[in-house]
Ligand binder design. Structure first.
Ligand SMILES: *Cc1c(COP(=O)(O)O)cnc(C)c1O
Length: 381
């Protein structure tokens, strides 16, 4: 099956008892047994497995070309599960331009358990090999990154981990499997904040993991079961429903995204525009190799360099909503330094380029004319 078919049919069947085309929302915590230990359909207690969550997990595995999918109560719960594969003394190498909540979890929670985190710029991949040692057990990358839209060459990193006892995990939230499939490029684990493009309607908080091998899937399922960060049946249904239109939505996000990026690049008040589909992006060549299209995430700063200009722009927007999050059908705008990335220390933000005049847009699927007009009027004064 090709992708547009997979989002609708991949590992998805009609419900066997009634023929219901959609999986029912199995609102149950437990499952009746005939005699102790004899399960009717493999389900025992919904932390370990629930048919609605299972339907989502099977669909996730299909759209990421993986062996096993797992659904969590949030993207961070999914990352938490991966980190629990590690033992005290292990080392993690992570990309430095990371989602703020991931950075916070690594530096403020897991660093307490004798795990060592090294944050590096992956522009020069050959540098990464010099950082690897026998304690390195996990490489964590995000591409495109949040909010500066930097890319990491997944295949090149996978070449360093191949044959070694090092897992490569890719946060694929910004791209979605429509644009990029990290497992095919050599990654071991794909992670999603399903809150974003997979859900697609800003109505659910959810997370996902997909593994390349069944063995790794089984280890992570044990941690999910033993730690408990599962996604409930109703939210599982919402994400599954979102996935059915993922291909259609990503097409429109990508069409609108590039038009917004090109508009901003020409606007006299705008400084830098960060979008992998612009030829001015330093990794444009990698973007065209690694991604099918470029999605709807666009960041930019102001020529003036002034925080007030960014704030006034955000206050004047009418079609774009000023809010955290991304990946929904509606266009959103965000001020990373004061909103999504406020948990990153100020010096660190400055070092990364997350300046006070930086704005991040999640371009939705509305009519492009209305979006451009809104940007134009908000940039005017
Ligand atoms: C939102 C987000 C997360 C965290 O996911 P939640 O669902 O909010 O817990 C992780 N990575 C990226 C890139 C995100 O955008």
């Amino acid at each position: 099956m090709k992708f547009n078919t997979k989002v609708i049919h991949g590992n998805q069947q009609a419900e066997p008892h009634t023929g219901s085309v959609n999986v029912p929302v199995f609102l149950t915590s437990t499952f009746a047994q005939k005699t102790p230990g004899q399960l009717r359909a493999g389900y025992e207690y919904s932390r370990g497995g629930n048919p609605t969550r299972q339907a989502l997990e099977d669909a996730l595995a299909s759209i990421e070309n993986g062996a096993r999918g797992l659904a969590f109560g949030s993207g961070l719960a999914a990352i938490d599960c991966v980190l629990k594969l590690l033992n005290p003394g292990d080392e993690v190498i992570a990309v430095d331009d990371l989602y703020g909540g991931t950075y916070r979890m690594f530096t403020r929670l897991f660093s307490k358990y004798e795990l060592k985190f090294t944050f590096v710029n992956f522009d020069d991949i050959s540098k990464i090999s010099t950082l690897l040692n026998e304690k390195t057990k996990l490489i964590w990358i995000e591409t495109p990154s949040n909010p500066l839209m930097k890319l990491v060459d997944i295949e090149a990193v996978a070449n360093f981990t191949k044959g070694k006892d090092i897992l490569l995990a890719v946060d694929n939230t910004f791209a979605s499997p429509y644009l990029q499939q990290p497992l095919d490029l050599g990654a071991d684990i794909v992670m999603h904040s399903a809150t974003k493009y997979l859900g697609g309607h800003s109505d659910v908080v959810a997370g996902a993991l997909v593994t390349k091998t069944p063995e790794l899937g089984e280890k992570l399922h044990f941690i999910q079961f033993a730690s408990g960060g599962i996604l409930g049946p109703h939210d599982s249904y919402l994400v599954l429903r979102g996935i059915k239109t993922l291909a259609l939505r990503m097409q429109r996000h990508s069409e609108n995204g590039i038009k917004v990026a090109q508009f901003l690049e020409k606007h006299p008040a705008v400084g830098d525009v960060f979008f992998p589909g612009l030829e001015s992006h330093p990794q444009f060549k990698l973007a065209t190799k690694q991604m099918k299209a470029f999605g709807g995430m666009v960041s930019f700063n102001f020529k003036s360099g002034k925080k007030e200009d960014a704030i006034h722009f955000l206050e004047r927007l009418q079609v774009f909503t000023l809010a955290e999050s991304l990946g929904g059908v509606e266009s959103l705008a965000n001020h990373p330094a004061m909103m999504t990335h406020a948990s990153i220390p100020e010096e660190k933000r400055a070092e990364l380029g997350i300046t006070d005049d930086l704005v991040r847009l999640s371009v939705g699927i509305e009519d492009i004319e209305d979006l451009l007009q809104d940007l134009e009027q908000a940039l005017k004064a």
